[in-house]
Design a protein around this ligand. Structure first.
Ligand SMILES: Cc1cc2nc3c(=O)[nH]c(=O)nc-3n(C[C@H](O)[C@H](O)[C@H](O)COP(=O)(O)OP(=O)(O)OC[C@H]3O[C@@H](n4cnc5c(N)ncnc54)[C@H](O)[C@@H]3O)c2cc1C
Length: 419
């Protein structure tokens, strides 16, 4: 088996991994570093809806690692990690390579969790990364084509092709539903179809939507955006099984079914299996298998190993699984690796929550900043894009033009507003 030795090995090139690597460079870290990811593109998940709607350039939301890192001092390995041996400080990959390390960063994120509901994995589409988005887009276009071509079909058969069921009314479910409610009519009308036949349904077990969000005004804005676009929200709808093109659910004590050719699952996440299988004491994981790390983001008993983002749980903070948390933690990990290299004590990671940004349709968003300022509609959309673009690790010129343009437009919009 071939083997290689790296000083700093970063597993996963998501928000934690990539930002650790970039920040190490900013700090002029002299240690060689390598980042391994099973995908060849970084995916900017908060802007996945824009990838679906083509509102933002694909290169910005889904850039290739080799391009992103071309002028940076980090080696990129395209491979799937298959085993992590903490005792021997070795990582094995599917390509049969063994990588040794002095410092290890675990930024492997989470996967889709199916909550043990029969048929979910087989009969639903996930929506977590760039590839899922491409698959969903093709699937939707195919069904719109079928519906448009089969005008002879019975109404029920056609309406099944035009029904999109989204399971889960968390941010991903709600944002996807409103984006599709704007997008699908634009795709269907040129095919000769009647856009009012499109039916987008969200099924939510509880009564509340966006239950993880504290801000009631944003929830209200989301409900309003759904109503305006005719999204059907079924609350108190507990999905019990997914059959091919059919959602079975219980509501008001009755078993009901919803025929839908497109069923998207956004209702659950599960820790990465590699993290679940790490050989560490049980008390260092929570019930779901997430890693309990120290405030410095080090793994207890393994000071050379750092973990953060969606695969870890910081016991000193109740932080949500978001990109804004993960990328700040990536920076904190880089600081602490440098501290260890310089024989200094690592410091607790500091993460500030800057606000909540929700995409509420094409060109529309709601932004709540520092729990104080609320901006909706198109100005909200510009703030959301500018916020995300400003942290995107793009080659300098693209970042500059993108953010510059947006910032100018925001200021123009706000100077036109009565103060
Ligand atoms: C649809 C959607 C919308 C979201 N919207 C927002 C939002 O608006 N705002 C916000 O702040 N957050 C949002 N999030 C959450 C945010 O994207 C995550 O919290 C963030 O990506 C976590 O970063 P991470 O580095 O922990 O994991 P990730 O970014 O998921 O990165 C993990 C990386 O590990 C790689 N990997 C996994 N297993 C292996 C393996 N075995 N071998 C090699 N590589 C592997 C993956 O390919 C991936 O690149 C959204 C998430 C989704 C799914």
């Amino acid at each position: 088996m071939a083997s290689s030795n790296h000083e700093i090995l970063i597993l996963g090139g998501g928000f934690v991994g990539l930002f650790t690597a970039l920040h190490l460079e900013r700090l002029n870290c002299a240690c060689p570093r390598t980042m391994i990811d099973r995908n060849w593109r970084f995916v900017f998940k908060p802007l996945l809806y824009e990838l679906l709607s083509s509102e933002t350039n694909t290169e910005i939301i889904w850039p290739r690692y080799d391009e992103l890192l071309s002028e940076r001092d980090v080696a990129f390995v395209l491979d799937e990690v298959s085993n992590i041996d903490l005792d021997n400080k070795q990582v094995t990959t599917q390509a049969g390579l063994t990588h040794s390390y002095q410092y290890l960063v675990l930024g492997l994120g989470a996967t889709t969790g199916y909550l043990n509901i029969p048929g979910t994995k087989e009969n639903t589409l996930p929506f977590r990364d760039g590839q899922d988005t491409i698959v969903l887009s093709e699937h939707l276009r195919k069904n719109l084509q079928i519906a448009a071509q089969r005008s002879d079909q019975k109404h029920e058969a056609r309406s099944q092709h035009l029904t999109v069921a989204i399971i889960g009314a968390g941010p991903a479910g709600v944002e996807l539903a409103v984006t599709l409610a704007d997008l699908l009519p634009e795709w269907y009308e040129p095919l000769g179809g009647n856009p009012t036949d499109i039916n987008i349904v969200i099924l939510q077990r509880g009564q509340e939507i966006l239950s993880g969000l504290g801000n009631e005004k944003l929830k209200k804005a989301a409900r309003k955006a759904m109503r305006k676009r005719g999204v059907n929200l079924l609350t108190g709808a507990s999905v019990t099984e997914i059959q091919p093109e059919q959602v079975i659910y219980e509501q008001d004590g009755e078993t009901r079914s919803l025929p839908a050719s497109t069923i998207v699952w956004t209702a659950g996440t599960a820790p990465n299996p590699l993290i679940q299988n790490l050989s560490i004491p049980d008390e260092h994981k929570n019930r779901q298998g997430k890693l309990r790390v120290l405030p410095t983001l080090q793994l207890p008993g393994h000071p050379e190993v750092f973990a953060a983002g969606d695969c870890a749980l910081n016991p000193s903070d109740d932080l949500p699984d978001t990109a804004q948390v993960a990328y700040q933690q990536g920076k904190a990990i880089a600081d602490n690796i440098i501290a260890l290299i310089e024989d200094k004590a690592p410091t607790p990671a500091e993460v500030s929550l800057r606000g909540t940004l929700l995409k509420l349709g094409k060109g529309e968003s709601a932004a709540e900043i520092f729990d104080k300022i609320e901006i909706k509609g198109h100005p909200g959309h510009l703030i959301r894009e500018a916020t995300y673009l400003s942290i995107l690790p793009l080659p300098g010129y693209k970042l500059k033009t993108g953010v510059q343009w947006l910032t100018e437009e925001i200021f123009e919009q706000f100077s036109a507003l009565p103060l």
